[in-house]
Design a protein around this ligand. Sequence first.
Ligand code: ADP
Ligand code: MG
Length: 398
Amino acid sequence: MKSIEDLGDLTGKRVLIRCDFNVPLEGETITDDGRIRAALPTLTALRQAGAKIIVMAHLGRPKGQVNPKYSLAPVAKRLGELIGAEVKLATDVVGPSAAETVAELGAGDIALLENVRYEPGEESKDETERQALAAKYAALADVFVSDGFGVVHRKQASVYDVAKLLPSAAGYLVAKEVEILKRLTIDPARPYVVVLGGAKVADKLAVIENLLKTADTLIIGGGMAYTFLKSQGYEVGQSILDPDKVEAVKGYVQTAAAMGKKLLLPTDTIVAKEFDNDSPQRVVPSDQIPADHQGLDIGPSSAEAFAAEIKGAKTIFWNGPMGVFEMPNFARGTLAVAKALAETDGYSVIGGGDSAAAVRQLGFADDQFGHISTGGGASLEYLEGKELPGLAVLEENN
Ligand code: ADP
Ligand code: MG
């Protein structure tokens, strides 16, 4: 992959950069600005190089429609505060406001285009539609920098197609993330433990088969665990479940056993009737979840067992909270795992927007871990050994 340095002298050049600013919001307040901070090294370097910087980013899922709820205004404000300069926000993506905002940029200035997912072409499966939008992005700039690691697994106009139209390079964040994840795919120090949880069950189940090949131990918690428990014939009550994947998951459990890999499921579960912090909770063995209850966290025995495994590991990758950590009464499992990751002598990598937010929300500092990746899906797909379109395009191009 080319680096920013390979793009030559950027003084006065218009540099279009894709960042991942998909931050968690409560109203207009950003509850975790980690992804914005992660973009600062590249943005600062471009400013110092005298570039005119045009940032593309998305927020949430506006699905091709303009929707003020997903405006990047809070991001523009926060980025401006962090970088110590005004960040001009265009009111559209590739319309008159974008053109005008870019035309007014001086050397070292930063503009942010509105949410790229306001444009139906951004995520379109139709290549010509995406390319048409990418051509409009490209018309705004001289070169392209890809620095949104959280989206490099997406074949989208601002990630993939635009890189084919301009001289392109990887930003420092993308370069760093790839370098670190490479360590986990090429000869990781063993035992290598992968901890999976969270709620995007369908997405994440797909990676398990491949992870089983590289990892020594797989730990399953969070919303993902119930599909596993169900596959073992247990009642999971009202817990989050992917019924279409139960059979496949049963296969993973058998594969793991046949390969001699350790697979840890929660042996106890914290259940409640309602999806509510104040709903009365109790701990039950995982094969005794009442039909009218739902599992909202791993139980204390599971937390202890998972922590012990993590502390004995030399390499650990963690994606997905162990429970509904946003509710303090169901955050203990996630806290236990985060604590073990902070204490282990092994090299720990945390991936995933919510996982990163969880460790910060629970009071951990970023430097207590080996690395906190800005990408969940992207890091998982990388570890799986898949080709990521947003990286491949930087290798083959220009
Ligand atoms: P990441 O962003 O780290 O990749 P996900 O987006 O897959 O993680 O999942 C994070 C979400 O999973 C959190 O909002 C959390 O509340 C939810 N979650 C974890 N455990 C459960 C559970 N048992 N039931 C419902 N939701 C859960
Ligand atoms: Mg998430």
